[in-house]
Design a protein around this ligand. Structure first.
Ligand code: NDP
Length: 290
């Protein structure tokens, strides 16, 4: 089994990005600038946004963090997005999801200018991705593609089972892996909570992408020998041996599945790190579009 090591791969991509940023600066071009909007005090959201801002600093990007209380109005949030859309020195805008219930997520996503939508969630960008036009690809699926590319994994002709059909992970992942490219050219089965024979389907998969949000959901009996396992899930479970009283696990039962597969991503240290890296690549691209 080979570990698909997000730490190693993201470090390699980040080095490339940093070199490009240094080159831009030396040529007198603009510095890529990401604006992140964080609402409320959800510890996971805070940690994700904190990591994104920290990575901006590491790579020589500018970043702006806009923080709101949970009770911020939808109107104020939309106003801020409109302001950032106009601000010429801001290249990328992200609003950390999930949003409080009183705010319409679709309205917020659609308010971001498509050319600044570095998360790739705007319908216009998702539509372009569907038909294979160059655009911002949602960061998590893009990060997974970058990881498969890094390891030179040839996916053509493989059967891929994607578990989970969210707009930000499962659905775009299924599109990317089924299109005529490398990585890609897979026969994809997109599954969800109503799928009847999930275990049997998974057992026939050359690649499993697990994006469900259920700890250790994919067990060894669902995995065929030699499969490629990509674990997107981030779940916190109780662990009395840890000082914090908890630890992070993925959607895959890593310890048992690793014995059967050829490649597997760990959690933490896998897809999460690649997601940030992909976001940075999108932001760098956004800086080139102005
Ligand atoms: P959502 O919660 O939006 O969707 C979960 C999906 O899983 C749904 O499509 C749901 O089906 C499906 N599902 C739930 N139960 C089952 C089941 N028993 N069998 C089959 N399918 C099932 O998920 P996200 O895509 O937003 O996130 C998934 C996980 O990935 C989470 O743990 C999240 O924290 C993590 N994540 C990690 C990222 C990273 O960077 N590593 C980035 C984004 C997310 P249905 O549609 O029928 O309800």
């Amino acid at each position: 089994m080979q570990l698909l090591d997000g730490k190693e791969v993201s470090a390699a991509y980040k080095e490339q990005i940093k070199l490009e940023v240094d080159k831009r600066k030396a040529e007198g071009k603009t510095t890529p600038h990401l604006a992140a909007i964080l609402i409320g005090d959800n510890p996971a959201s805070k940690a994700y946004v904190g990591n994104k801002v920290k990575t901006c600093a590491q790579l020589g990007f500018e970043s702006t963090l806009v923080e709101y209380d949970t009770n911020v109005s939808e109107e104020d949030l939309l106003k801020k997005i409109a302001e950032l859309n106009k601000q010429e020195d801001v290249n990328g805008i992200l609003v950390q999801l999930p949003l409080p219930k009183h705010i319409d997520e679709n309205k917020v996503i659609e308010a971001i200018h498509p050319l600044k939508d570095v998360d790739g969630f705007h319908p216009s960008n998702l539509g372009k991705m569907m038909i294979g036009q160059e655009t911002f690809i949602p960061a998590t699926p893009y990060g997974i593609i970058l990881m498969l590319q890094h390891y030179g994994i040839e996916t053509s002709g493989m059967h891929c089972v994607v578990i989970g059909r969210s707009n930000i992970v499962g659905t775009p992942m299924s599109v990317l892996l089924s299109r005529n490219s490398n990585p890609g050219n897979c026969t994809v089965t997109l599954t969800h909570s109503r799928t009847k024979n999930l275990k049997e389907l998974c057992a026939t998969a050359d690649i499993i992408i697990a994006a469900i949000g259920k700890p250790k959901f994919v067990t060894e009996d669902m995995v065929k020998d030699g499969a490629i396992i990509v674990d997107v899930g981030i779940n916190r479970i109780p662990d009395a041996t840890r000082k914090s009283g908890s630890r992070l696990v993925g959607d895959v039962d890593f310890e048992n599945v690793k014995e059967k597969c050829d490649y597997i991503t760990p959690v933490p240290g896998g897809v999460g790190l690649m997601t940030i890296c992909a976001l940075m690549k999108n932001t760098l691209r956004a800086a080139d579009l102005v």
